[in-house]
Each structure stands twice: as C-alpha cells, then as structure tokens.
Design a protein around this ligand. Structure first.
Ligand code: PMP
Length: 360
C-alpha cells in the first residue's frame, strides 16, 4: 500500500488510524454482524454511535449546555441559505463580512432572504487580509453578523473572535474547525462542512445557541428547520449515518491525541515550517498579510508562473498531490489540515527547496 501526501482542500486527508479502524469495522461493527452503513438509524446501535459522536464533539469544543449540536446534510453550502431561513426572526437585514470567495457565496444565497449589509470588505486588496474589528460597520438592525472564519481559497484566517455585542455572531468555520480550541459561547451559531477536519463530504455540523432556534420562516422545509432537527436529534429524515460514524472516529482520534490545545500546538508548528520557508525565498510568494495567514490553507505562487505545470507534475511524481490552487486564483495551495502529518509538511518544503535549486 502506498499512501500519498494529499494537500487537497477538501475532501482532504483523514487520519490514518481512523481509516484503519473504519476498514477493520467495515463488515462487522463490534460483533453486530453488520456494517455501520447497514444499521437502522433508529436502532439502539446507531443511536449509541450518534450520541457518542455528539458527546465527544461537545467535550472537544467545551460546547455549553445551551447550545444544540446538529449533524445536517447538504454540506456547508446548504447553510448559506438555511442560516437566514432560521435566524432572521422577523428582521429584514443581516450583516456580512466580505473576506473572499466563501463569504461571497454565503452572501449570494442569503440575498434571496434578506437585505445584505456589508460590514467590512477586503475586496479592494484582492481578499489578502482579514478586515480588522475596528473597520467593521455592523448595521445595528441586523438579525446576525456572518463571517467566514477561515477562507479556504484565499488562505486568510481570523485568529481572533469578533465582538458583535448583542447581535448574534455566525461563523462559517468549515476549513479550520477543530484545528484549535474555540470559545463557543462567543457565537450565536457556528457551521462547518465535514470534509476538511471532520470526516466525509456531504455533512455539515451546526452548533447553535438554543434561544436562536424556533423562529424559522414559515416556508422553511422541516429538514432545514433547526428546531425540528434539534428536537429529533438530527433525525427528521434518515441522517448521513456513515458520515456521523466516521466523524465520531475522528473526534476520538483528536481526544486521544490530547484534544484541541495539543492539535493547535501541532498545527502552529506545521504552518511555521511552510511559512518560514516561504519567507526566506524570492522564488515563491505568499499573497496573504502575515498576521492573517491561515494555518490550514497556504496559497503560494511561483515567481515564474511558466514553471507551474512542471512544479505540479514533479510534486505528484514525488508523492505530493493536489497542490494546484483553486481555479479562481491559480498558483498553488497546500492545505495542511489536522490529519496532515508533519512528515508531509517537511516533504513538501524539501521538494519546494529542491525545485527552487534546480529552476531558480
Ligand atoms: N465554506 C467554506 C469556507 C468552504 O471551504 C467550503 C468548501 N470548500 C464550503 C463552505 C462549501 O462546503 P460544501 O461543499 O460542503 O457545501
């Protein structure tokens, strides 16, 4: 078996022990005689798997009791519309921070439900930084304030939690959730797609303060009504059972590793190896403001973009996959989520150094 180092932005690399455990349990989960995929979602076995996954997530993030945890379908993108469906609560405006591609996608969908007030934007600087709190101008009539706490394509991460006073703060934390401890109590709602730091694609996790649910627009489909889902343990229809099981294994892996403080320590070290290298070469360039650089997604360009193709081809031949930047921005991007081992990061930098030596 030969596993490559996969730097894809999502679906992304998963922890090997998780994949091994899933493989070992594939045909016969704990002497049940069946795969988790074959279990009834209403049966005792799956209800146990689901409850354990939720309990472990609550433990990892120290989620307060007054927050619901939902495992929903439709990925993070469904939440772009589901958030306004549920959180407008009779109001007509929501504030958004325009920090890049994913913030734009969230606004485009929310626009169908309410007026969008742009509280801050880094568009003028090609989305290369995270707008500072002092530059945010939130509409005081907003039902909520939405920001994308890690821009997966731009590689811009908010390393601080905004303060929006009494207006609920909503975060799309898809591409850095579980990469560091997080004070959930500062948020009204946090959502994240699973396929980066959680598990297989197609599922989103929503963590929502309980006073914010129960006010969905009357046209909201029941599968998208947070209150309906909360009251039925995210089982108003058949939930993504296998994705929930795999997420549960990832949560257990994180707990065994030492929790999110330990994970953050490792992520800081990994990101430093790449950025330290980028900072001492002219051959490659990082387009992101230093203080807002993402620990998870590291976009970089080659000074001579005619070498892009050769770089990618040789990287692939060296077992380093999925380094091509998003089609909307070009260049390269190394996504180094929780499950990317330090060995992968070191192999990448070594390859970049060799490529520079040969082509610089
Ligand atoms: N938000 C962010 C920040 C993302 O990175 C992505 C996917 N890359 C999405 C939303 C959309 O997620 P999904 O494809 O699971 O709907």
């Amino acid at each position: 078996m030969a596993r490559i180092f996969n730097f894809g932005a999502g679906p992304a690399t998963l922890p090997e022990p998780v994949l091994e455990q899933a493989a070992a349990e594939m045909l016969d989960w704990r002497a049940s005689g069946m795969s988790v995929m074959e279990m009834s979602h209403r049966g005792k076995l799956f209800i146990g798997i689901h409850a354990e996954a939720e309990a472990d997530l609550r433990d990892l993030l120290s989620i307060p009791q007054n927050y619901k945890v939902l495992f929903l379908q439709g990925g993070a993108a469904a939440q772009f519309a589901v958030v306004p469906m549920n959180l407008l609560r009779g109001k007509t405006t929501a504030s958004y921070v325009d920090s890049g591609h994913w913030a734009g996608r969230a606004m485009a969908d929310a626009k169908r439900y309410c007026k969008i007030h742009i509280a801050a934007s880094s568009k003028h600087a090609n989305y290369s930084y995270a707008p500072k709190q002092g530059d945010w101008k939130v509409d005081p009539e907003s039902a909520y304030v939405h920001y994308t706490s890690n821009e997966t394509i731009g590689g811009v991460e908010f390393h601080w939690i905004p303060d929006t006073g009494d207006i609920p703060l909503v975060a799309d934390a898809s591409s850095h959730i579980l990469s560091r401890p997080l004070d959930v109590s500062r948020f009204g709602l946090i959502y994240a797609g699973a396929q980066k730091n959680i598990g297989p694609a197609g599922m989103a996790i929503v963590i929502v303060r309980d006073d914010l649910i129960g006010h969905a627009d009357s046209r909201t489909p029941s599968i998208f009504d947070y209150k309906v889902q909360a009251e039925s343990d995210s089982m108003i229809n058949t939930p993504p059972t296998y994705a929930i099981y795999l997420a549960g294994l990832v949560f257990q892996w994180l707990k065994k590793l030492g929790g999110l403080a330990k994970m953050e320590e490792i992520n800081v070290e990994k990101a430093k190896v790449v950025y330290d290298y980028l900072d001492q070469t002219e051959f490659y360039r990082s387009p992101v403001a230093r203080e807002d650089r993402s620990r998870m997604n590291i976009p970089f360009t080659l000074k001579n973009d005619k070498l892009d193709e050769a770089f990618l081809k040789q990287a692939q031949a060296s077992g380093l996959a999925e380094l091509k930047g998003h089609r909307s921005v070009g260049g390269m991007r190394a996504s180094i989520y929780n499950a990317m081992p330090m060995a992968g990061v070191k192999a990448l930098v070594e390859f970049m150094r060799d490529f520079e030596k040969t082509n610089g």
